[in-house]
Design a protein around this ligand. Sequence first.
Ligand SMILES: CC(=O)SCCNC(=O)CCNC(=O)[C@H](O)C(C)(C)COP(=O)(O)OP(=O)(O)OC[C@H]1O[C@@H](n2cnc3c(N)ncnc32)[C@H](O)[C@@H]1OP(=O)(O)O
Ligand SMILES: O=C(O)CCC(=O)C(=O)O
Length: 385
Amino acid sequence: MSNYSKNSLMQFINPKPDDIEICDVTLRDGEQTPGVVFSREEKIVIAEKLDSIGIEAIEAGFPVVSEEEEATVREIAHLGLDARICCLARSVAKDIDVALRCDVDFVSIFIATSDLHLKYKYHKTFEEAKSCALDVLDYAKDHGLTVRFAAEDATRTDINILKSIFKSAEEHGADYVSIADTVGILSPRTAFYLVSEIKKTIRTKVCIHCHNDLGMAVANTISGAEAGAFQLHTTINGIGERCGNASLEELLVSLRVQYGIERYDISQIVELSGLVEQYSGIPVPRIKPIVGANAFSHESGIHVAAVLEEPMTYELFAPEMVGAKREIIVGKHTGSKALKGVVQKMGYDLTNEQMCVLLDKVKKCGEAKRKVTCDRLSEFISELE
Ligand SMILES: CC(=O)SCCNC(=O)CCNC(=O)[C@H](O)C(C)(C)COP(=O)(O)OP(=O)(O)OC[C@H]1O[C@@H](n2cnc3c(N)ncnc32)[C@H](O)[C@@H]1OP(=O)(O)O
Ligand SMILES: O=C(O)CCC(=O)C(=O)O
């Protein structure tokens, strides 16, 4: 038996993404979470872990931000990882010079394309911004760089304008184009539509970079992949600007459960999540999918009774698959089978009558909003006749 349930409905809709890779942007967009700074050592640990999981590309930083950032990106680029290392650059020649000094495998040159950004940020017309971006793209290509050409705020840009700039980027030698859902406006269906339309226009590989302002970043990324996006952008724990980015762990487990993509070593994902929680100071919510403390916790009597027989009754996948552990919580919702299982595991053998009294004490304790810890349970047991 597999250690996860497959989504068998997939066979009826056959939207399998056949050619994908992940570019994790935790070290750049994740670090743009207000208040978050990763030290060089922390960035290196994260990069090495991502590499050992099998993530194909890592955005190591935005080197023009500071001398330390530049040195860190360069050091990561020289670690000899299997993952390709990239960095961010504005459509400014100086940013390309800095990227060249970092010796990255590719550079991500971005330019905002929406009217809002053009008017209030650049004070430029679209044609002026486009010409500036294409000049910098030419400059990067002339210097031998592999280029991802990203349209910032692409999803609030007129679709014909977006197609035209991606077409020009392709003509100027861009190796990838990136659709950035900068403020998270997409829905799964519009993500699918947009990627499909861009794919009809160009042959260059398409990347999708989704923010989570409406809580749909992972769903939109998956829809983009189903429509043919090649490079999927993620951050660990979904950290990033405002409400964050598409979460790496959710995407990885979804790829396995929905499409049977098993090439990533997801058994390290809880450990990596814990490292990023520690380094970033951003706590992972208990109910966060995959890595939250509740992801494999059960209290309800009916659930625990079934889980004790077969965990897959109430678990989509086994905790070991992601390096987590199952936890049985005792409280108001505990049932007799669950309590018996817990008590036996603690080494006690109680009569049916004693179990009834104990269950009553447990429920009252839970209703008083007090945790039923192992110590408290032992105390209750010692009070039994
Ligand atoms: C969607 C994204 O995530 S974009 C990335 C956001 N990340 C960051 O901003 C990283 C942290 N930023 C920084 O350390 C600084 O803002 C720096 C080093 C990037 C730039 O610093 P400064 O030179 O002091 O510029 P400042 O931050 O005040 O303004 C940004 C400038 O970049 C320009 N700019 C922004 N995006 C682009 C772009 N894609 N191409 C060209 N220029 C751009 C702005 O128009 C503005 O130019 P101006 O100074 O001529 O008006
Ligand atoms: O698309 C990209 O590669 C980066 C763009 C980005 O960070 C954003 O718009 O949020």
